[in-house]
Ligand binder design. Structure first.
Ligand code: ACO
Length: 333
């Protein structure tokens, strides 16, 4: 059987209504709007309510993507949920989303834990699933409630994160196979894993009264070290994906980088010699939504008419692992 490339046929996203501004954070920790904007580019972020888990955000994004693809939940063959904030350690958040949105029990469903690179990993797995022709439609739904693992006493991290979900439907291409997922490059630097993690709650350090008191259930990050690694790694992995797609940097119409820091996004664009007006940015409004950030930005840029059929779109992710990934796709919708 010949391999068929995959194409994104639908996108969707969901962010909670509640807005947390930098001024609100000034009341929680010793920080300022000026520091947050100048160091990160973030002005506000969305916060899920206490009764909303990642699957609730993901279900909304998934339904929007399914509708955008002109499909119904019964048409979905597989669900992949990239997340670092699953509803629980298990079962998978993907299983919960499957039941919530009415995807048939015959569909496979699993979570994918690859930090802020998770959506790119998810797209690559989906592409492999559809390539052989066995799957008709794979839902990749990245869903994150970062505020559930935020240490609200740590000003170096609590100002960065927000909640949200983004989804895409990957199907085999029909007809013009040129408009499709063109290339992927994924890299793992496990030696840097300690720079960004949640230390407690796993098999190495199960939660105890003492570890909870030490906030080991929360995210901790060495920002300055990760900054250096990201600024170096982002353009390198992007160049590899562009070359693998048979393109040059000048062919890229839109760049969607993980929304962790505006300075990393701008430095990456400069190193790639790609004009800033080709950057898709929402970090100012949404902060860092981890694995969901690229998916949300893709949905926004498609829905407001920036991304057009035939455009070459570069996605670049980086985050916990340390993981790096890039994908190039030619927009086929
Ligand atoms: N408000 C005010 N001051 C602050 C704050 C704050 N919120 N946070 C830190 N500071 C202070 C520090 O205490 C320090 O003060 P000092 O000089 O007196 O010691 C000073 O500001 C500078 O702190 P740095 O940590 O060096 O600040 P930096 O410019 O590096 O910015 C940041 C920090 C925004 C975290 C940056 O390092 C960064 O974005 N790193 C990359 C993060 C990343 O890419 N992570 C991977 C993806 S995210 C994911 O996977 C979930």
């Amino acid at each position: 059987m010949s391999l068929r490339p995959g194409v994104i046929t639908g996108v969707g996203s969901y962010v909670p209504d509640r807005v947390l501004t930098n001024a609100d954070l000034e009341k929680i920790v010793e920080t300022s709007d000026e520091w947050i904007v100048s160091h990160t580019g973030i002005r506000e972020r969305r916060i899920a309510s206490d009764d909303q888990a990642s699957s609730d955000l993901g279900a909304q994004a998934a339904l929007a993507a399914i509708e955008d693809a002109g499909l119904a939940p019964e048409d979905i063959d597989y669900i992949i949920c990239p997340t670092v904030t699953p509803d629980q350690l298990f079962p998978c958040t993907a299983n919960t989303i499957q039941a919530a949105i009415g995807v048939p029990n015959a569909a496979g469903a699993f979570d994918l834990l690859s930090g802020c690179t998770g959506f790119i990993y998810g797209l690559q797995v989906a592409q492999q699933f559809v390539a052989g022709g066995a799957m008709g439609a794979v839902l990749v739904v990245a869903a994150e409630k970062l505020t559930s693992i935020t240490n609200w006493t740590d000003r170096s991290t609590c100002v960065l994160f927000g909640d949200g979900a983004g989804a895409a439907i990957v199907q085999p291409t029909e007809g013009d196979a040129g408009n499709c997922l063109l290339s992927f490059v994924l890299e793992s630097y496990g030696e840097y894993g300690y720079l960004l993690d949640v230390p407690g709650g796993g098999s190495r350090r199960p939660l105890t009264q003492e570890s909870l008191a030490a906030n080991e259930n929360c995210l901790r990050m060495n920002g300055p070290e990760l900054y250096k690694i990201a600024v170096r790694g982002v353009p390198e992995v992007a160049e590899k994906a562009i070359t693998r797609a048979g393109l040059t940097n000048a062919d890229i119409d839109w760049v969607i980088m993980h929304q962790a820091n505006m300075r990393i996004i701008e430095a990456g664009a400069r190193r790639l010699d790609i004009p800033e007006d080709r950057l898709v940015v929402n970090i100012d409004r949404l902060g860092n939504t981890s694995g969901a950030s690229i998916a949300i930005a893709l949905d926004e840029a498609y829905r407001d008419g920036r991304i057009q059929t035939g455009n070459n779109v570069l996605l670049v992710g980086f985050g916990a692992g340390f993981s790096l990934g890039a994908a190039v796709l030619r927009w086929g919708k």
